[in-house]
Design a protein around this ligand. Structure first.
Ligand code: NAP
Length: 227
């Protein structure tokens, strides 16, 4: 693989986004990672990334980033940022503000950001990837575990499919990715998969699917998941 590929990682301050930054850098990619604070910027820069400020639910912040990156061409835009939402995870208890925040951050903003940068993704070999979750699979939902988070990722998956269906003449590959259940702040310490193992698999999938124009919902081992 050539060493002149550039990735934009949305949400690179910690957890899987920081892990993706490290993995891509180790494979020779140039990485621009978005963060919300100085501590996150320091962690991304320490791995050799360029850090840029972005809050995914702030339209002004998205426009400002878009302008700062106007000259770039991306081989990969990876929208990773996400939240678990209210601890109770009960739709009956959720306030309108909790519901709005969860679906704005996890479902609507990611696809809006992808749309903003679509014109700068390399035609033919470019990839737009989203960090989804197998918990967002409707066909695999057979228990009552964290229903609000599940619904936000199911909505993300639906919006990803609409986005991919509306690409028109743009020849890029669109992936909804499941990283495994991973030991991060969100995944918790009892998760079975470490960050390094997850992101190695995720980047393997991204590199293997680039240029295929085969969209899909795929896990970090390359297994295709039911929507
Ligand atoms: P994490 O450790 O909690 O990190 C979340 C990341 O998202 C941080 O970089 C955070 O930035 C960023 N973020 C959240 N809201 C944001 C906003 N409004 N604007 C900009 N950045 C924002 O979680 P993680 O486990 O790495 O999860 C990353 C992604 O993987 C999420 O989409 C999550 O749903 C998905 N996922 C995780 C697992 C798992 O087991 N861990 C499984 C399936 C899917 P700050 O540092 O500024 O807060």
């Amino acid at each position: 693989m050539s060493d002149d590929r550039t990735a934009l990682i949305i949400g690179a301050s910690r957890g899987l986004g920081l892990g993706l930054t490290k993995e891509l850098k180790s494979r020779g990619w140039t990485v621009i990672g978005t963060v919300r604070d100085e501590a996150g910027a320091r962690r991304a820069v320490a791995l050799g990334a360029r850090a840029e400020q972005l809050d995914t639910v702030d339209a002004g912040s998205i426009m400002a980033l878009s302008q700062r990156l106007s000259g770039e061409t991306f081989d990969l835009v990876f929208v990773n940022a996400g939240i678990k939402g209210a601890a109770h995870q009960d739709p009956a208890q959720a306030t309108p503000a909790e519901i709005a925040e969860l679906f704005q951050v996890n479902s609507v903003a990611p696809v809006g950001i992808a749309r903003e940068f679509l014109g700068r993704v390399r035609d033919g070999s470019g990839v737009i990837a989203f960090m989804s979750s197998d918990l967002g699979s409707i066909t695999r939902t057979n228990d009552a575990y964290i229903p609000l988070y599940r619904a936000s990722k199911a909505a993300l998956n639906s919006l990803i499919r609409s986005f991919a269906a509306g690409l028109g003449s743009r020849r890029i590959t669109v992936l909804a990715m499941h990283p495994g259940w991973v030991r991060t702040d969100m995944g918790g310490s009892s998760a079975p998969v470490g960050i390094d193992e997850s992101v190695r698999g995720v980047v393997d999938v991204v590199e293997a699917r680039a240029s295929t124009l085969r969209h899909g919902f795929v896990d970090y081992r390359g297994v295709e998941l039911g929507w």
